[in-house]
Design a protein around this ligand. Structure first.
Ligand SMILES: [Fe+2]
Ligand SMILES: [Fe+2]
Length: 195
């Protein structure tokens, strides 16, 4: 298994080929991820790797994501078939595992589920998911971002639940689909937090 610094180096050279705006987003997410990791006692190096890795396939067109999914054996649900952009996490995780030597299971899962979340996410996965939404440039997309940030500094679970509840409510109100993994993640957080 390549050690972490080697993966970091490989990632950095991959990032250089991404569009400028996407690179800038990734580095802002890295900064948020490091802040959250410090607060929640999560390994800084893994938080950084997860942030740098999460959008490695974000610039890949939908048709290519569908083709790569079938090549990599990534399951494509009805919701993803309709909106292939959702596959950039799962395809990115597979690409990193196959070509860049990503062997850390939790990092793989963090990249894989960063768009929809998943009931099985560990603290690192929750952190990457939230850091992505807390990119300051997304404040216009998520009007409640300041509150989400405060919550995330306090509890990754509470922040993730808040985000999923709000986004799901909005999607339902607009008559849009909800990814089954998001629904399951929300259910499991509610049951866990109810204790
Ligand atoms: Fe993404
Ligand atoms: Fe992102």
């Amino acid at each position: 298994m390549p050690d972490m610094p080697e993966l970091l180096q490989r990632l950095q050279s991959q990032l250089e080929s991404l569009p400028d705006g996407l690179q800038a987003h990734i580095y802002r997410v890295r900064d948020v991820a490091l802040e959250l990791a410090g607060r929640h006692n999560i390994d800084l190096q893994r938080a950084e790797l997860g942030a740098l890795a999460h959008d490695i396939c974000r610039a890949v067109p939908g048709d290519d994501l569908l083709r790569m999914s079938s090549e990599f054996g990534v399951d494509v649900s009805e919701v993803e078939q309709d909106f292939p952009l959702l596959l950039h996490g799962p395809v990115g995780a597979e690409l990193l595992r196959r070509e860049e030597g990503l062997t850390d299971h939790d990092l793989y899962e963090a990249v894989r589920w960063h768009s929809t979340a998943h009931a099985s996410l560990d603290p690192l996965g929750k952190l990457i998911f939230l850091a992505d939404k807390l990119d300051p440039q997304k404040a216009a997309v998520y009007s409640y971002q300041a509150k989400l940030r405060d919550l995330a500094l306090e509890s990754l679970d509470l922040a993730l639940l808040e985000f999923l509840s709000r986004e799901m409510a909005t999607r339902i109100e607009r008559g849009e689909t909800v990814h089954p993994a998001s629904l399951e993640a929300r259910n499991s957080l509610i049951l866990k937090l109810r204790g």
